[in-house]
Design a protein around this ligand. Structure first.
Ligand code: 13P
Length: 250
């Protein structure tokens, strides 16, 4: 039972890009996605949000950030607040991406508070959950993703239906090893059941799949009943590949 609203295809550029490269990519996306049947967003590094804000003005492509501070303002060197992101037209912010959890020590609780801070500023948090290879091999996949989602639900219960959820198995990110459609669907169904138990508005929460989604495998993944879209890393840096995935979500 998938989400009733239209599919979402979000690009996560990670720490890639330059003013020049972005300009070319954004122009191609703007024209190529103007008639898209799905919702398209691009999550760019913070210094480029100003560029996206001007280049994407009036286009169908939404602007996303890759992180947001859990704090509103103050002595938090290097952090960027939700209010600052809003000034650049940001509609979405990734929270709890596995690269933040892994390399920056982000805990489930911090991720939950980042989601809360985003919601407080009118930014939709794209909450990322996913297991490592060791956790999958130990049979812990369901428990890990359920724990990660529970932390977010715990402090955002009243507005849980405002989030976007993304299942990104860590072993599939940037490795070329995609979860099979059946593997991904099985975890999405677990997450859907957890959402249904947590909120009466669960049906409207999109659950995106991320992890080596590309032009060749997108259609099959997006055809699964509980896969409501994709969070695309590497393939979002190539206009033709990203636009092909957008077309698959039509
Ligand atoms: P890849 O598509 O490069 O595997 O990255 C997925 C991802 O982490 C998106 O957030």
């Amino acid at each position: 039972m998938g989400c009733a609203v239209k599919k979402r295809i979000f690009g996560n550029w990670k720490m890639n890009g330059s003013l020049e490269a972005n300009a070319a990519l954004l122009q191609a996306l703007k024209s190529g996605a103007s008639q898209a049947a799905c919702e398209v967003a691009v999550c760019a590094p913070a210094p480029y949000l100003s560029q996206l804000h001007s280049v994407l003005a009036g286009s169908a492509i939404a602007i996303g950030a890759q992180d947001v501070s859990a704090h509103a303002s103050g002595a938090f060197t290097g952090e960027v607040s939700g209010a600052m992101l809003r000034e650049f037209g940001v509609r979405y912010a990734l929270v709890g991406h596995s690269e933040r959890r892994q390399y920056h020590g982000e805990s489930d609780d911090l991720v939950a508070r980042k989601a809360q801070a985003a919601l407080a500023c009118g930014i939709t948090p794209v909450v990322c959950v996913g297991e490592t290879l060791a956790q999958r091999e130990a049979g812990e996949t369901d428990a890990v993703v359920r724990r990660q989602l529970a932390a977010v639900a715990h402090i955002n219960g009243h507005c849980l239906s405002e989030i976007v959820l993304a299942y990104e198995p860590v072993w599939a990110i940037g490795t070329g090893k995609t979860a099979t459609p059946a593997q991904a669907q099985a975890v999405h169904a677990v997450l859907r059941a957890q959402l249904l138990a947590a909120t009466t508005s669960a049906a409207r929460i999109p659950i995106l799949y991320g992890g080596s989604m590309n032009a060749a495998n997108a259609a099959e993944l997006l055809a699964q009943p509980d896969i409501d879209g994709g969070l695309i890393g590497g393939a979002s840096l190539k206009a033709a590949d990203f636009l092909h995935i957008v077309a698959c979500a039509g």
